[in-house]
Design a protein around this ligand. Structure first.
Ligand code: ADE
Ligand code: ZN
Length: 342
């Protein structure tokens, strides 16, 4: 890979000090095998061993990854479980200098596979959110994620629950579609996206992770404001132009793409090309416990393997704030803090 001249090595303390937002993170994908063991001891007559828990995280391709995600999600049961995993997620984020996160929660998985009501689980998540904000100063918005290959009817239940709960819980900021693009495009979700937007919810979509640029076009066409992954945009010059012109934020997740096999090698990852083409790139960790990485690692990887300098990383951190759904006043304050980091 041709790279710019090697930049000065960035200190971990500097990366940590840089205020950052994490915009593409699945709550369930932050649960470590150790936490699963702890939860299993709460619920099961014969608790999972750490080896058994770790074996749930093994996969060799994207389909296997989705199954692993489901296996972990299915072991989350009570409001107290959701409280614990939310608190741990926020504790780890705060330790990396993340000042704000917008986390997906797979409400679609809860409804479809577990057939239980989500609301009481959400109360646990909220309790942890409030406690972590008091303790660490980190803020969190929730994005209710539907599983696209379960179809629009299931997604409707997810999005309508977000709209129903939002007046009482303003931390619910948006909705999204995750899951397997190869089995479901974005178009069937058009009306539901409109309905969600009318309810004041912000719109996101995973797109161009396992499918071509047509999947990203479809997500944009139904109103997605941010694109999760967007790997295949590189194959379509017109799309690249539109993404640059409209400054559509891309939630880039480099390690995730490598681990799921969606991007075969590090050298082929388009993150640097996107940045150089003026696209609105943000770095994210997706499912850190399943990829053995975290957001700080993603910034480190961008520096070490793609030649992003300290000033570039500062720009990526600023992008994460600008692309967030935070109010303008907080964005301005955080952008100012980013400029001040020495
Ligand atoms: N759910 C959790 N992580 C995901 C990903 N990377 N793509 C689609 N669905 C997901
Ligand atoms: Zn994701």
């Amino acid at each position: 890979m041709t790279r710019p001249a090697a930049p000065r090595r960035i200190a971990a303390s500097w990366l940590r000090a840089l205020p950052k937002a994490e915009l593409h993170l699945h709550l369930e994908g932050t649960v470590s095998p150790e936490t699963l063991v702890e939860l299993s001891q709460r619920h099961d007559d014969e608790g999972l061993t750490l080896t058994e828990a770790r074996s749930l995280y093994h996969y060799t391709d994207f389909t296997g990854f989705l199954l692993a995600f489901k296996a972990v999600s299915e072991r989350l049961r009570t409001p107290e479980d959701y409280e614990l995993i939310t608190f741990r997620m926020l504790e780890r984020l705060a330790a990396q200098g993340v000042v704000h996160a917008e986390a997906y929660v797979s409400v679609g998985v809860v409804y479809y596979w577990r057939r239980i009501e989500f609301e009481s689980l959400f109360h646990g998540m909220e309790a942890a959110r409030v406690r972590a904000e008091q303790q660490f100063g980190i803020t969190l918005y929730w994005i209710f994620d539907a599983v696209r290959h379960f179809g629009p009817e299931e997604a409707a239940r997810v999005f309508r629950k977000a709209a129903e709960l939002r007046p009482a819980f303003p931390s619910i900021l948006g909705i999204g579609i995750g899951g397997d693009e190869r089995r479901a495009g974005a178009e069937p979700f058009r009306e539901l996206f409109q309905e969600a937007q009318d309810a004041g919810l912000r719109l996101t979509a995973h797109a161009g992770e396992t499918m071509g640029p047509e999947s990203i076009w479809a997500a944009l066409n139904i109103g997605a404001e941010r694109i999760g992954h967007g790997l295949s945009a590189q194959l379509d010059a017109d799309l690249m132009e539109v993404l640059a012109e409209r400054q559509i934020p891309l939630e880039i997740c480099i390690t995730s793409n490598l681990r799921t096999g969606c991007c075969p090698t590090l050298e082929e990852h388009p993150v640097r090309r996107y940045f150089d083409a003026g696209l609105m790139v943000t770095l994210n960790s997706d499912d850190p416990a399943m990829f053995e990485s975290d957001l700080q690692d993603e910034y480190r990887l961008a520096h070490d393997s793609f030649g992003f300098t300290g000033e570039h990383l500062r720009e990526l951190a600023a992008n994460s704030i600008e692309a967030s759904f935070l109010p303008a006043t907080r964005k301005v304050a955080l952008l100012h803090q980013i400029e001040q980091v020495k």
